[in-house]
Design a protein around this ligand. Sequence first.
Ligand SMILES: *Cc1c(COP(=O)(O)O)cnc(C)c1O
Length: 436
Amino acid sequence: MIFYSTNKQSTPVSLKKATLEGLASDGGLYVPSAVPRLSSEEIELLREAPFNDIAFAIAKKFSDGEIPDSSLWEIIESCFTFKTPLIELKKNIFVEELFHGPTLAFKDYGARFLAHLTGYFAKEDQKLITILVATSGDTGSAVAYGFKGVPNTRVILLYPSGKVSRLQEQQLTTVGGNVTALEISGDFDDCQRLVKQAFMDGELKQRLSLTSANSINISRLIPQTFYYAWGALHIALRHPGNKAVFSVPSGNYGNLTGGVVAKMMGFPIEHFVAGSNANDSVTRYLEEGRYEPRPTVATLSTAMDVGNPSNFARLKHFYNEDHRAMAADITGCSVSNQETLDTIRSVYDRFGYIADPHTAVGFRAMERFNEEHQTPRHPSVVISTAHPAKFLESIREALDMEITIPDRLQDVLDRKKVSVPMSCDYRDFADYLSKL
Ligand SMILES: *Cc1c(COP(=O)(O)O)cnc(C)c1O
């Protein structure tokens, strides 16, 4: 399979090149030359298959000819060592939990696949690859844990000192091994500027084999199709003849784009509901057909605070720039902070289920969709993107109760923070890199 840029100005590349480059040289996002389709026989064979078999079958379509089956299977087995539970809360209402990975959020799926694929390609070239990441919190920890212990890779994280939560800082600074955290006296923009500047230094980039692991990497998108296929096949098995409607809490729209690709591959999916918070550029586009991004505003679902989502370019590409086609598959819904808190409460009252603020946006969007389309004719699956223990304050405010912190999280909180303090002057960063 070859990949080309959404801007169509750069030459098409292999999966390896697309993965190691991240962003195309024309500034566009890599997309597959065509979405691979699975035949109904191939899908039938996967109906009762375990998660990793489904993941393998899909990944093979994207990596055909580049990665031998045995290596691809090893990559899949190293990535998905945790469960993806699909829980029926009530007849026809499901929640699919994507927070059982090491950082308790769905970004683990993308980050781990990217990490193991990068490790594989680095080994092929007998190189040590250095991944530079500027983070304002969650992406950095998913990347750090994704690459942790992956041979032939090392990660350097830059985070703004005093500007991430204590939990995030602990997650960034206690990984150790091949992961180093630089604590920058500055803000997130300073961290991004330092990383960008390092990438512009050709000699440095070459010598350290620098690569980024940002969220638009095609190898983060591919694994985000796996859990839609898995969920859709599960629903089809339990409710024969019925296709699932997925509700996806969305920020940068990478998660949703994974779902759209899974549907195009032929997995039994009826429709998508895309829940946003007050950052509703895509929601308004779906309703009105005009895309007018606005500055980002802060909300309770912080990981979805994106004013101008970068995956929108990919979504448009997959629908051939056709607003009507996109709106036929996806219904947008914007959810306020107050509704988010109310929904955490109502979901708990109705199902005894604790939803984090992101997942709550998904629940509210799904409820509104079902209200407007009469009772749910199709099984509804709310995608749960984070463990509620990561957002204790919202849970406390909505439910007035304390929840148990999972051992994995408690363990991270108890560990000793190790970071390298650094100014936001590029010369200091360059000096540090030159000694690696
Ligand atoms: C990143 C994130 C989202 C948003 O996902 P996108 O792919 O950016 O739309 C939702 N919830 C949580 C917990 C996240 O970390």
